[in-house]
Design a protein around this ligand. Sequence first.
Ligand SMILES: [Zn+2]
Length: 605
Amino acid sequence: MKIFVYVSILVLIFTLSVFSQYASATLYDGTKAAVSVTFEHAFSNQLTAINSNMSDMNATVAVIAQRVGNNGYMTQQQLLDLQSKGFEIASHSETHYKISSSTPSDQLYYETVQSKFDLEQMGLKVNGFIPPLNKVTTASFVLIQQYYGWTEFFSPITNSTYHPEYISLQELDYSKQHFGIYNEPIWGVGHGDTLRTFNDVKDKIDYAIANKLWIAIKFHGIVTTTGTYDTSPTIFNNIIQYIREQRDAGNLLVVTRSEGVGLGVNAPTISYTLSDQTSCESAPISGTWDGVNSCTVLSLATNSGDSVTINSGIVLINSGTINNSGTIHNFGTINNLYTIHNFGTINNHCGSVYSGTAPTGNPVLSIPCPVNTVISDQTSCESAPISGTWDGVNSCTVLSLATNSGDSVTINSGIVLINSGLLDNSGHLNNTGTINNIGSIDNGGVFSNSVNSTINNSDAINNYDTIINNGTINNSDTIHNYEFNIIENSGTINNNLSSTIHNDGTINNSGTIHSQCEFTYSGTLPNGNLIIDGCVQCIPDSGDWVINSSCQLSTNETISENVIIQNSSTLIILNGTTLDIDFTTKHLLIKSGSKVLIKSGGKIN
Ligand SMILES: [Zn+2]
């Protein structure tokens, strides 16, 4: 019972959606096939068949503008009625002229573009163009691209202009690839056409269901005569009935061609790893395994957003056509014996091999092997990529150091890295010793500080990715965590006098964050443990007042003895607060490294 309830809800949602043809497309959940029924030429006999079979589903009707209302063709009103029932109207040109590369441009415009305007004048909404006799030229494609949301190619990928550079048609390209539509996606049904019997069509629908493809089935005349492109009403009825059964069983969606384009856009992306026999033989690879380490494919399509990873030790042999609009990560071997159309990215990672024919489109990118550098002594300090200055003992000073994505720099235990310029990390900066930062650290990768390791920051740390602190960070200046980025602290962050943390991202604090006086925290508060305020109030002694650690004075005090500030401490006198010292007989002594900070509105008398 549960299943029937589910199915009826699906059908209801679908029925609602088809009445708004240009509303956002039905969301494709990746669990079903989709079928688009298409009628070419808008014959009257098609309308008869539609009226007696398709009250509960829609389709696309490709109209020849100049033949609307002619004898044997649907009228304007009949097309408007179909449109109001959720059918899509596409242009099938003005006169069904067979264009070629020598067709004059005004005629090309008339057939391709004017046909759309003329149909729109009749109140029909036109989003797609079905080229008569499957003829598309470079020039006609330019017009189609400009005026339509989708079109149809029988050899799409060989037309070099038809690739994902085009925004609107990219969506069709995406849908087509996603639903495997490059491999005979659109079939004509007729006595002498590609599909001739009900079982021919059923096989295609079953295949689409099994592989979750979007397919289009095209009809011309629906009559009992035996013209090449004609289909008998009986076969037509059987096909529609079968589509209906499969739809009602929840196995497929029935969509117009425009809706199908939208389906692809909403379809989930695929990430797939080729690592063994099972992954070779399963969809979407569906290859042949040699029993050892290689997988031979005849066809493979990836879409924008998809990725296929070929593991190290695995060989992918292409003996057919690969259409790649996503990313192929090759860590093993690609041996291309035939054709790879690369509209996306093929990354040949460190140690991988690409052999055979180069792809068309984008070239294969070589990703260099990662560089993992350890600073452990004078030699490693002074060599590339560190190229620092060694102090003769244990510290290495760099003026500029950049770590690329995939690379790493490790500072060994016992070593001090002094950054006096820009330390720009896009890889992994791994501190197991000490970093003294008197310049800027811009972290666009992972910056980790291990247990028992220390980062002393006297200038700026800017985080554009991830900082993981398990050790100690002594912050005497500024740490800025930018939006969408993260600082994971399970160690200790000491914020010294007048230091700053600005957080526009996320700080997760399962460790300790201390703050000293005049510390400024702005932005989003840390998750987890609260910041511990270590700023102490000054408490004068009787006798000489000796200040050994920084404190702030927030109440008026009159001191009758000497005041001595030492041990690199700071005495802060807050706004509205007065420290009275009898300077006629006593003194205020500020020892080297120590300070008095009188805030605006504070006073020493
Ligand atoms: Zn035609």
